[in-house]
Design a protein around this ligand. Structure first.
Ligand code: HAM
Length: 433
């Protein structure tokens, strides 16, 4: 019986693993460049963890299970609640600001589509305990720094930034009741994801005042901070939120990434816990779902029973990113090696097969990558095998070894060969490590 892989999951053969490692290594390097430390948590948590503050969309997409003790659990669809739980657990022992990153494997029971699977990896960076706009800027900067390090430019990607604080102040000004705000956020977040008529209908179902709904629709189209005051009256809260956004754009400009960033009122984010700045990064053509998304979530730690500590962060999945890197020609299947050896030992004299095994072990113990053939066929075949393995040097064990205890070392890039006394070669390995 053949059992297929589950829909929306991926098998990582060595080729796919090389791509995965290329992405993850870049994420980790960018995190470290900005001073983040790595953490991880369990792959399942109590179901309740995600029912508290993640929002209905995430709850609908949970893979949940009941364990033998009757406990209701869920496979993690995101790591932010785990982060909040972990920080709360050791809150007095952790020096602040806490700057942590993680690359969890996550599961969401979404309908698989381009860039969205049911199992994926997501790079997270979060800063906890720093309320200044500098922390918001640093999160956005770090995401851009990574994307830029792959070769993507401001022609390829854009960071669309807005503020839930600003949106809340404007909605309140339009007479929207406080308890309606959290209902409206996930609806407004759908604007660019569903057809305009469907969005219009959803909005007007919640906002029955026609003039208010019309203004909200116009607000969602705004791409400059100045245009807001031309459309609606600004109260003190809205002015304060606008001033925070202006500071943020100022810092991002000073950090040299201003060209990647623009204000976009339609960025609301689906998750329920955001309280301030929110952002998403998209391909500039606008063909793909968001590459990443995040924002400020100042109440989540408190909502999970901890102290009121501010936080800001973002998550970037590997699926849309990989599509984009391929579309831009940055990622090509044949550019990433699945295997890289410092040495391959070819056996020209079949009686030396055991010596090849011994020498390979010495080379490996000295810290180098090395392989030997299991079967000693013709030398030509072995050299061909070596070039397929992406080898720097091939050591040929032949008559020179039998007669003079010498190795023939072939540089696979230049084709040059030299003879080295076996003892000298082994000593050189030891001095190199
Ligand atoms: P999110 O917007 O739900 O935020 O996800 C962030 C990113 O994860 C998306 O932009 C996308 O790249 C990727 N992603 C989400 N769902 C899928 C999927 N089904 N398949 C592939 N990729 C996906 C969060 O998860 C927040 N916890 C991020 C955050 C961290 N906010 C603050 N700190």
């Amino acid at each position: 019986m053949k059992i297929p892989a589950v829909k929306g999951t991926r098998d990582f053969y060595p080729k796919e693993m090389a791509v995965h490692n290329f992405i993850v290594d870049g994420w980790k390097a960018a995190s470290r460049r900005s001073g983040f430390e790595e953490f991880d948590g369990p792959i399942f948590e109590y179901l309740q963890m995600y029912q508290v503050k993640s929002g209905d969309e995430i709850v609908e997409q949970l893979f949940h299970l009941t364990d033998r003790g009757g406990r209701e659990l869920a496979i993690r669809p995101e790591i932010t609640p785990t982060l909040a739980r972990m920080v709360n657990q050791q809150v007095n022992a952790l020096p602040r600001p806490i700057k942590w990153f993680s690359v969890p494997r996550l599961c969401r029971a979404e309908r698989p589509q381009k860039g969205r699977l049911r199992e994926f990896f997501q790079w997270n960076i979060d800063i906890i305990g720093e309320e200044s706009t500098l922390a918001d800027a640093e999160v956005i900067f770090c995401a851009i720094d990574y994307l830029r390090s792959t070769g993507l430019t401001d022609k390829d990607i854009v960071s669309k930034i807005s503020s839930r604080k600003l949106l809340a102040a404007l909605l309140r000004n339009l007479g929207i009741a406080e308890d309606k705000l959290t209902v409206l956020y996930p609806i407004l977040d759908k604007k660019s994801k569903i057809p305009a008529e469907a969005f219009d209908e959803m909005l007007r179902k919640e906002v029955t005042d026609t003039a208010a709904a019309d203004t909200i629709l116009k607000l969602m189209e705004l791409h400059t901070v100045d245009a807001i005051s031309g459309l609606v009256d600004l109260n003190d809260d809205a002015r304060a939120a606008l001033s925070e956004l202006q500071d943020l754009f100022g810092i991002l400009g000073a950090m040299g990434v201003g060209a990647y960033c623009r204000f976009d009122m339609s960025i609301v984010r689906g998750l329920a816990y955001y309280t301030g700045m929110v952002f998403e990064m998209h391909d500039t053509v606008g063909n793909l779902r968001a590459v990443c998304g995040g924002g400020r979530y100042d109440n989540l730690l408190r909502d999970f029973g901890g102290p009121a500590i501010t936080a800001v962060g973002m998550g970037m999945g590997d699926c849309v990113l990989e599509i984009l890197l391929r579309e831009k020609g940055i990622l090509k299947d044949d550019t990433l090696a699945t295997k890289k050896l410092d040495y391959f030992i070819a056996v020209a004299e079949p009686t030396l097969a055991d010596k090849a095994v011994e020498l390979a072990a010495i080379i490996r113990l000295a810290g180098f990558c090395c392989e030997f053939p299991y079967k000693t066929g013709g030398l030509g075949k072995q050299l061909k095998q070596a070039s397929g393995y992406n080898v720097s040097r091939t050591i040929i064990l032949g008559q020179e070894f039998v007669n003079e205890n010498k190795l023939v070392v072939k540089n696979m890039a230049t084709g040059q060969q030299e003879q080295i006394a076996a003892d000298d070669f082994v000593s050189s390995l030891k001095s190199a490590c």
